[in-house]
Ligand binder design. Structure first.
Ligand SMILES: Nc1ncnc2c1ncn2[C@@H]1O[C@H](COP(=O)(O)OP(=O)(O)OP(=O)(O)O)[C@@H](O)[C@H]1O
Ligand SMILES: [Mg+2]
Ligand SMILES: [Zn+2]
Length: 276
C-alpha cells in the first residue's frame, strides 16, 4: 500500500518550556502540565504512518493532545519539533520545511479539514455554496459555471438540499453545518482528510448518517483520513488502526479490532470497559 503521510517525533509545548518538562509530564506523571515551569506539553514524540485509503483513529480523553496533532499537520499551528512528510503522486513534501506559500497550497489543494466547531471551518458571513465555491476558486482552473455545477454536485453528495445552497450556514442545523464542512473539505478531492470530532454534540441519528457519509467517501474516493474522537463507537466504526493518547503521548497503537478486543495498556482497558 502507498504511504500518504509519515509523522516522526512530533512535539508541541505551550509555554516557554524548561529542561524538566518532558520528564515531569506524561502518563506516569499523570499530567501534561510541567510542575516546574507551568508549560503544557500538549504532545510529545508522536510518530505514525498513514496509508492510501486508510482511516486512522486518534482516541483519548479531553486534553490528551488529539487536536494538537491535526492542527500541526494542517498548519494551523507550528510544531516545536518533529518531521512530517506528505507523499503526493511522485513527490514527497517535508511539511514543516515548506514556506508558508507552499503550505497554503497543500492546505487548499491536497488536504481537507473538518473541525468540531463549524465556525472554524466555515465562513458564516457567506452562503453554504459560497463557502465551497471559495475553495474551488483557489484551485484556479474553473470558471463560474463550472464552479456552480461542482458546488451543487458536492452538496448533493453530502445530502444538503440544493434549495439551500444560497443560505447562510447559521440557518443550518449542526448536522447540516458539518455536511457543508465535509462538502467544502472534499471540494478539491484531497487525498488526505482530517476530521476532528465531527459528530460530537450531534443527535445520535444525525451522527450515524454523517459516519455513513464518511465511510462512503472513503470507499468512493479512497481518501486517507485521520479521525480524531473521544468516542469509542466512532473509532470502532471507522478506524482500521488507532492511536490511543494520554497526556500528550501515544500509549497504545495497533489495529482497532485488536485494541478493542485485547487492550494492552491499563488506561485503554478502562476506556474499553467503560464503553461496554
Ligand atoms: N493555545 C493553547 N495554549 C495553551 N494550552 C493549550 C492551547 N491549546 C491546547 N492547549 C492544551 O493542550 C492540551 C492538548 O489540547 P488538545 O486540544 O490537543 O486536546 P484534545 O485531546 O483535542 O482534547 P479535546 O478532546 O477536549 O478536544 C490540553 O491540555 C489543552 O488545554
Ligand atoms: Mg480536541
Ligand atoms: Zn517545564
Amino acid at each position: 500500500m502507498k504511504k500518504v503521510l509519515s509523522v516522526r517525533n512530533l512535539s508541541k509545548t505551550y509555554g516557554t518550556g524548561c529542561p524538566l518538562c518532558i520528564a515531569s509530564t506524561g502518563p506516569e506523571a499523570e499530567t501534561n502540565v510541567c510542575p516546574h515551569c507551568g508549560s503544557v506539553v500538549a504532545i510529545h514524540d508522536v510518530s505514525f504512518d498513514l496509508y492510501e485509503g486508510e482511516i486512522l483513529g486518534i482516541m483519548g480523553e479531553s486534553g490528551s493532545g488529539k487536536s494538537t496533532i491535526v492542527k500541526n499537520l494542517y498548519f494551523d499551528q507550528i510544531p516545536e519539533s518533529g518531521q512530517a512528510t506528505f507523499y503526493d503522486a511522485n513527490q514527497a513534501h517535508p511539511l514543516f520545511e515548506l514556506n508558508s506559500a507552499q503550505q497554503r497550497w497543500l492546505k487548499n489543494h491536497r488536504f481537507g479539514m473538518v473541525y468540531q466547531n463549524p465556525h472554524l471551518g466555515l465562513n458564516f458571513n457567506i452562503s453554504a455554496g459560497g463557502n465551497i465555491a471559495e475553495r474551488l476558486l483557489m484551485s484556479d482552473l474553473m470558471h463560474y459555471g463550472e464552479i456552480r455545477k461542482r458546488v451543487k454536485t458536492l452538496l448533493a453528495r453530502t445530502e444538503v438540499l440544493l434549495s439551500r445552497v444560497d443560505e447562510l450556514p447559521r440557518n443550518f442545523s449542526g448536522g447540516m453545518q458539518q455536511r457543508v464542512q465535509i462538502a467544502k473539505a472534499l471540494a478539491t478531492q484531497p487525498p488526505l482528510l482530517f476530521l476532528d470530532e465531527v459528530t460530537t454534540g450531534l443527535d445520535l441519528s444525525v451522527q450515524a448518517r454523517i459516519l455513513d457519509l464518511i465511510m462512503e467517501i472513503q470507499q468512493e474516493l479512497n481518501t486517507a483520513m485521520i479521525v480524531v474522537t473521544h468516542d469509542l463507537g466512532v473509532i470502532r466504526l471507522l478506524a482500521g488502526r488507532t492511536l490511543v493518547m494520554k497526556y500528550g503521548r501515544i500509549i497504545e497503537t495497533g489495529l482497532t479490532d485488536q485494541i478493542l478486543e485485547d487492550p494492552q495498556h491499563a488506561y485503554t482497558q478502562r476506556l474499553v470497559a467503560s464503553a461496554l
